[in-house]
Design a protein around this ligand. Structure first.
Ligand code: 5GP
Ligand code: MN
Length: 337
C-alpha cells in the first residue's frame, strides 16, 4: 500500500516516531546533505526523537564542517530497529545510499520498517508506504522546512542553516527557474529562525581548494568543446585529469556551472567514467530546451533543467556522439535564436 501525504500529514507522522533512520541519494549534494542533516537536527532537538543519518560514502568536503558526525554503515538488523525510514531528495530506489549490506530496492519490505519518501523530483517512483512528492518545491530542503514549520515547533538555528544550504545550492543561489515565490517565503522563514547565510555561501561557493581550481582551469583549457554555434557546450573529464590534480567528483557539484556560464549556450553536458559506466550531467539554461526528457530517453532522470544519466557499455567517443545526436534533436526542434 502506498499513500500520498500532505505536508501537515507528514509532520504529524514524524511526530509519532521514536527512532528514525534518514537516508538520501548516492553522491549526496548540498540538498541531500542539507535536507537530511537539517531534519536530524530538528527531530532531535525539537521533537526529542532518536535520529541517525547514514552516509556510506563521504559527502562533499566543503559541507563536512556544517554536518557533524554521522553513521557510515548499515545492516538489515539495524534498519529493523527503527520505527521509520525517512528518505529525502531521492527519486528512485536504485539511488538510495544505504551501503553494500542492504538492498536499496527492497529496503522497507525486507526490514519491515515503513518508509516516508519526501522529494521534489517529478518522476519520483520510490512508492514508499507514505509519499510526499512536490515537484514545484525547489529543494527537498524546502519541503523539510515546510514540514517543520507545519509542526509549529521551534526550528533550531542549525536546522535552519542546513535547509538554507539545500535551497541555496539546488536553486544555484536563486538563479534557476525553480526559484518560486514559495521558495523565497520558506527561505525568509529560515532566515527569521537564525539561518546563517554567510556560512552557507562560504561553504557552497567560497571554499574551493586550490587543486580544484587548477583541475577546472585545465579542464576548460583542454576539454571544453562547442557545438551547434556554441548553443551546446560539453566536456569529457579523462581519468588522468582527476589523478593529476587529485580531484574527486565527490567535490564536483559546481563544475558543470563553468560550462553553463558561457554566453549563448542553451544546453551543457559534463561526463566522466565511473567504474564500468559513464556518468553524464546535463543542464539547460532555457526552458524551451529541457534536458529532463533527453535524460529519460536514455534511461536517466532528474529535473527538467538539471538531469543526469548513467551510460553503460560505451567508450567516451560513443558517449560524445550519442549526446551530440540527442542535443541536435533537442535544439533542432526550434528555430535558432
Ligand atoms: P547531477 O548532474 O547533479 O548528478 O544530477 C542532476 C539531477 O539528475 C539530479 O536530480 C539527479 O537526481 C539526476 N540524476 C543524476 N544522475 C542520474 C542517473 O544516473 N540516473 C537518474 N535517473 N537520475 C540522475
Ligand atoms: Mn534536491
Amino acid at each position: 500500500m502506498s499513500e500520498a501525504l500532505s505536508i501537515p500529514e507528514a509532520a504529524a507522522l514524524l511526530l509519532e516516531q521514536k527512532r528514525i533512520l534518514i537516508l538520501t541519494h548516492e553522491r549526496p549534494d548540498g540538498d541531500a546533505i542539507g535536507s537530511s542533516f537539517g531534519m536530524r537536527e530538528f527531530l532531535r532537538e525539537s521533537c526529542g526523537c532518536e535520529v541517525d543519518v547514514v552516509l556510506p560514502t563521504p559527502p562533499p568536503t566543503r559541507y563536512l564542517e556544517l554536518i557533524g558526525d554521522y553513521k557510515t554503515t548499515l545492516t538489515p538488523e539495524e534498519v529493523a530497529g527503527y520505527n521509520l525510514i525517512l528518505l529525502l531528495d531521492c527519486a528512485n530506489r536504485e539511488r538510495i545510499a544505504c551501503g553494500p549490506a542492504v538492498d536499496p530496492v527492497l529496503l522497507p519490505e525486507l526490514s519491515g520498517t515503513p518508509m516516508l519518501n519526501v522529494d521534489h523530483h517529478g518522476g519520483n517512483n520510490v512508492n514508499a508506504r507514505w509519499n510526499l512528492v512536490v515537484p514545484r518545491a525547489a529543494a527537498a530542503s524546502q519541503l523539510a522546512a515546510q514540514i517543520a514549520i507545519a509542526t509549529e515547533l521551534q526550528i533550531p538555528k542549525r536546522a535552519a542553516t542546513l535547509w538554507l544550504l539545500g535551497i541555496v545550492t539546488d536553486t544555484g543561489a536563486f538563479r534557476f527557474s525553480n526559484t518560486l515565490g514559495n521558495t523565497l517565503r520558506v527561505t525568509a522563514d529560515l532566515l527569521d529562525n537564525g539561518a546563517d547565510l554567510e556560512r552557507v555561501v562560504n561553504a557552497a561557493y567560497y571554499s574551493k581548494p586550490l587543486n580544484q581550481q587548477h583541475f577546472e582551469t585545465e579542464l576548460l583549457e583542454t576539454q571544453e568543446k562547442l557545438a551547434f554555434d556554441g548553443r551546446y557546450i560539453y566536456a569529457y573529464i579523462p581519468d588522468e585529469l582527476f589523478a593529476k590534480h587529485n580531484f574527486d567528483m565527490r567535490d564536483g557539484e559546481g563544475v558543470i556551472d563553468l560550462l553553463r556560464e558561457v554566453a549563448g549556450t542553451k544546453v551543457v553536458a559534463l561526463y566522466y567514467r565511473k567504474g564500468d559506466s559513464f556518468k553524464v550531467s546535463l543542464r539547460s539554461k532555457d526552458q524551451r530546451y529541457p534536458v529532463g526528457p533527453l535524460a529519460r530517453s536514455l534511461g536517466g532522470g532528474g529535473h527538467e533543467m538539471a538531469a543526469g544519466i548513467t551510460l553503460r557499455e560505451m567508450d567516451h567517443n560513443q558517449v560524445e556522439a550519442l549526446l551530440l545526436e540527442k542535443v541536435a534533436a533537442l535544439l533542432g526542434d526550434r528555430e535558432q535564436d
